[in-house]
Design a protein around this ligand. Structure first.
Ligand code: PMP
Length: 402
């Protein structure tokens, strides 16, 4: 209770509870060192290092010149873009979606928030397989929901089992979040695993929020789409996606969500009062991305696959480190528990936040500690960097630990 002698709280309890993004914090520290002239190698970035392909940039320049793009457009997105998203969805996943049930958002991130806002009442529990992307629990909490974290480990390839899900389910459980391929682990569910989770959600009347933003970054295995495998879930599933990772367009801020009509309508109403339409120039660029040549996507995927193989081999050469062979996204997530409590360069790390700090200060290599994704014990390496830097960075870590 606030008494008259206590200072009034300035920041609301809702926002005061939101944690700083740990991935951005690592990035900021690495950038500060770089700015001070240090030769930092960064494995922290959650974005492709390639420039956006030229034909997409050209479409944006042309769009900026056309006065029709200088005005407000529908909050739900340009009709041409929603049609392109529906066509792309059918081509990639075999799923028919009515453009009316698609909402174009300011990046996939806004879609994450609006999906939880549309289905969560205070106290509703959302099952969140961990390690998880940092934004999910914060978005759930902002919507007054409760993230129910279900922890996985390197031995299970960072995938949840039905037994774990069933143990986490109770009468307050509203939904489950699926992110496959995953940020931060790169793990990808097989068709059998995804079908089993989907059927379990169907049986118990749970919503599914499925984040498919890394759909085109898979190595050796094909992407599995939940609604293709369990179409009966269509009335209780929200699909999240965007152009950021596939087309190297993180800065353009175009994502989308699709799902049942009532949910998309509710999310559109919310967006109409917060951000309105996504920048028309960016939407036109996204149309060019989705309807233009797709060989660029395969070129980037191949480059990532080569780096994944290189990084996997080098990390596995470090004694005591367990590295599952991630099948998607652009992350590897080694279990480095064996390095904790051990002397490194005269210092000892008790958790991975401390270990990442030693690696940054002594080897000048930036990695993200597992604490950012729910638990200590692991480090996230993004391989969105060129091969020479990748080799240099891992060699420095190998030398530090030798
Ligand atoms: N989902 C996942 C799993 C992500 O990793 C990201 C980006 N880090 C996003 C969604 C959102 O991407 P954006 O907002 O840039 O479209």
């Amino acid at each position: 209770m606030t008494t008259s002698t206590e200072p009034a709280r300035r920041v609301s309890s809702r926002l005061a509870a939101i944690a700083e993004s740990a991935t951005l914090a690592v990035d900021a520290k690495a950038k500060a060192l770089k700015a001070a002239g240090r030769p930092v190698v960064g494995f922290g970035a959650g974005e492709p290092d390639f420039p956006t392909p030229p034909h997409i940039v050209e479409a944006a320049i042309e769009a900026a010149r056309d006065p029709k793009n200088h005005k407000y457009s529908p909050a739900s997105g340009l009709p041409e873009l929603r049609k392109a998203i529906a066509d792309k969805t059918l081509a990639d996943s075999g799923i028919h979606v009515d453009p009316a049930n698609i909402l174009v958002t300011n990046g996939g991130k806004q879609a994450v928030y609006q999906a939880f806002a549309a289905i969560t009442d205070p106290g509703d529990e959302i099952i969140l397989p961990a390690p998880y992307w940092t934004t999910y629990p914060e978005a759930i909490r902002l919507c007054d929901g409760v993230p129910t974290k279900v922890f996985t480990n390197a031995e299970s390839g960072y995938k949840v089992t039905l037994e774990q899900l069933e143990a986490a389910r109770n009468r307050r459980t509203k939904a489950i979040l699926i992110c496959s391929p995953s940020n931060p682990t790169g793990a990808m569910y097989s068709a059998e695993e995804l079908t089993a989770i989907g059927e379990w959600a169907l049986e118990h009347g749970l919503w599914v929020v499925t984040d498919e933003i890394y759909e085109h970054l898979t190595y050796g295995k094909k992407m599995n789409y939940l609604l293709d495998l369990v179409p009966d879930l269509a009335n209780q599933t929200i699909v999240l996606n965007g152009v950021a990772k596939t087309y190297s367009m993180t800065g353009w801020r175009v994502g989308w969500m699709y799902g049942p009509k009532d949910i998309i309508k509710a999310a559109t109403n919310m967006q109409s009062h917060t951000t309105s339409n996504v920048s028309n120039v960016s939407q036109r660029a996204a149309i060019a991305a989705l309807t233009g040549p797709q060989d660029i996507v395969e070129d980037m995927r191949k480059a990532f696959e080569g780096r994944r193989n290189l990084l996997l081999g080098m990390l596995r050469d470090i004694d005591g480190v367990i590295v599952p062979k991630a099948e998607g996204a652009f992350y590897l997530y080694p279990d480095v528990t064996s390095l904790l409590g051990r002397e490194i360069n005269g210092r000892t790390a008790e958790n991975t936040t401390e270990l990442a700090a030693i690696i940054l200060e002594d080897a000048e290599v930036a990695v993200v500690p597992g604490e950012a994704f729910g638990a200590s014990g692991c480090l996230r390496f993004s391989y969105a960097l060129n091969e020479a830097d990748l080799v240099e960075g891992i060699t420095r870590i190998q030398n530090l630990l030798a």
